[in-house]
Structures are given as C-alpha cells and as structure tokens.
Design a protein around this ligand. Structure first.
Ligand SMILES: Nc1ncnc2c1ncn2[C@@H]1O[C@H](COP(=O)(O)OP(=O)(O)OP(=O)(O)O)[C@@H](O)[C@H]1O
Ligand SMILES: [Mg+2]
Length: 246
C-alpha cells in the first residue's frame, strides 16, 4: 500500500456559527484519485479550500506528509505550493501570453531558473496539446483550452496533490471532453487528486474512491466506484444520482 500523503482528522468548519463541514475523516494515499460528489451547498468547495489552507478551520487537523496545514501559519505559502488547485474559472492574466502565464509563479515564487521553467512549460503544453498556442493571449483561446492552461499552471509548481473543483462546469459540452481527457491522463501518471465534479460518467471512470457529501458530512464512501454508481448503499446517494443521466 502506498503511504498516506494527506490526512484529515475530525475536520470541523463553520461560517458564522453555522456548521459547514462536520467530523470529516479522510486519509488520502499517494497516487489515489478521490472524487467528491454531492448536492449544491453540501460543502465540497469549502472542503477543498480547507485542504489548501484557504479557510480557517474550527476543529480537527489537516496534514500533508505529517505537516499541519493551517491558514494563519507562517509556512502556509510554502505548504500551499505543494497543493495545486484548479477552479471553475481559470483566472489567467489577460495581458500576459500563455507561456508567461505559466512561468510566472515558478520564477517569482519558487525562484526557479527561467530556462528550466520554460522548457518544462513547453513539455507540459505538449502534453495538453497546446504547445503551438504559447504566444497567444488568453482571450484567443477557448474555454476548454484555457482550462487546460490552468491545469498546466498548477502542474508546473510540482504539487504533491491536485485539487480540482468543477473544472468543466463552465464549459460548453464539446470542450468538456478535452479537459477530462487531460485529467484522465494525469490520473494514469500517478498524480494524487481530489476531484469535485458533476460529470458522473467521468467520476465513475477515474475514481479510486468516491465520497458522497451531504450537509457537510461524508454520507457514503466507496472504494468501488463502479458498484457505487450502479448501486449506492444509502437512499440519499441513490436519490442524488437519480438526477443525473450517465
Ligand atoms: N465565505 C462564505 N461565507 C459564508 N458562508 C459560506 C461561504 N462560502 C460558502 N458558504 C456556505 O457554505 C456552504 C457550503 O458551500 P460550498 O461552496 O462549499 O458548497 P458546494 O458543495 O461547493 O456547492 P456547489 O455544488 O454549488 O458548488 C453553503 O451553505 C454556502 O452558502
Ligand atoms: Mg462548489
């Protein structure tokens, strides 16, 4: 068995005294792909934001390789570099080229050598099929292409874990596929990921483990995604999955 990379114990999160996440326990192993599904407002995004130290938590602990992740800790910026995050909106800098968007953080934040970073950027661009767009500006790319750039921008930081929050939710259907293909490729290459998605067929195909979140709690967890999507054990998960066709 692979080692535990990310360990979450009894996580409790509140917003204005309202409980948003309650008693969340999760150990994520190296190379594992965990898909998180659940109704709108159940706390999926908040959970990922906690893992990245973007939210103060009111109880429990989150550790990456044994080191705590805490929003107000001195080391949070170096911890955050180990956890890549891609959101629904890609937030590329509009006045910088694709290549400049990708190499900015590794050079400025990680103080890496420009040549080395550029060469890695080109390899990653190849991998997502966009090497020929390096001198374009974000506005010249489609949503799906921009989202693939956002993935490259996260990968070039060499994160230990990648958190993906509904990265295809804002895309036209024909662009969803090209982005999901990149994510499937990452999963095969052994990157540890936590993925929030409403694409159930994709979830079924990529997950090593599925978490069904409801009202801020893990209502069902399965190490057998095929079985889960065909026959969830809880009535609540069954009801939730009914609203999707896949
Ligand atoms: N900054 C905030 N301040 C107060 N409440 C918040 C804040 N962010 C989220 N919430 C609340 O926390 C709950 C969980 O929100 P979250 O965005 O994590 O849900 P979600 O599962 O990602 O939903 P969706 O599927 O719609 O993206 C919601 O009730 C939301 O209103
Ligand atoms: Mg969300």
């Amino acid at each position: 068995m692979e080692k535990i990379l990310l360990s979450i114990k009894n996580l409790h999160k509140e917003f204005n005294q309202n409980t948003i996440l309650n008693s969340i326990d999760l150990d994520v192993r190296q190379g594992e792909v965990i898909v998180i599904i659940g109704p709108s407002g159940c706390g999926k995004s908040t959970f990922l934001r906690c893992l990245n130290g973007l939210e103060v938590i009111q109880g429990g602990e989150i550790k990456l390789n044994g080191k705590p992740i805490q929003k107000d800790a001195k080391n949070i910026s170096s911890m955050r570099q180990k956890i890549g995050m891609v959101f629904q909106s890609y937030d590329l800098f509009p006045h910088k080229t694709i290549l400049e968007n990708i190499i900015l953080a590794p050079i400025k934040v990680q103080k890496r050598n420009r040549e080395e970073v550029e060469s890695e950027a080109m390899q990653l661009l190849e991998r997502v099929g966009l090497a020929n767009r390096k001198n374009d500006f974000p506005r010249q790319l489609s949503g799906g292409q921009k989202q693939r750039i956002a993935i490259v921008r996260a990968l070039i930081m060499h994160p230990k874990v990648l958190l993906l929050d509904e990265i295809t939710a804002a895309l036209d259907p024909e662009m969803v596929h090209e982005v999901l293909k990149v994510v499937l490729d990452l999963a095969k290459s052994g990157i540890t990921m936590l993925i929030v998605t409403h694409e159930m067929a994709f979830a079924k195909a990529i997950a090593d483990r599925v978490l069904f979140l409801e009202h801020g709690e893990i209502a069902e967890e399965s190490h057998n995604p095929k079985a889960f999507f065909e026959r969830p054990e809880t009535e609540r998960a069954r009801h939730f999955l009914k609203s999707f066709e896949f």
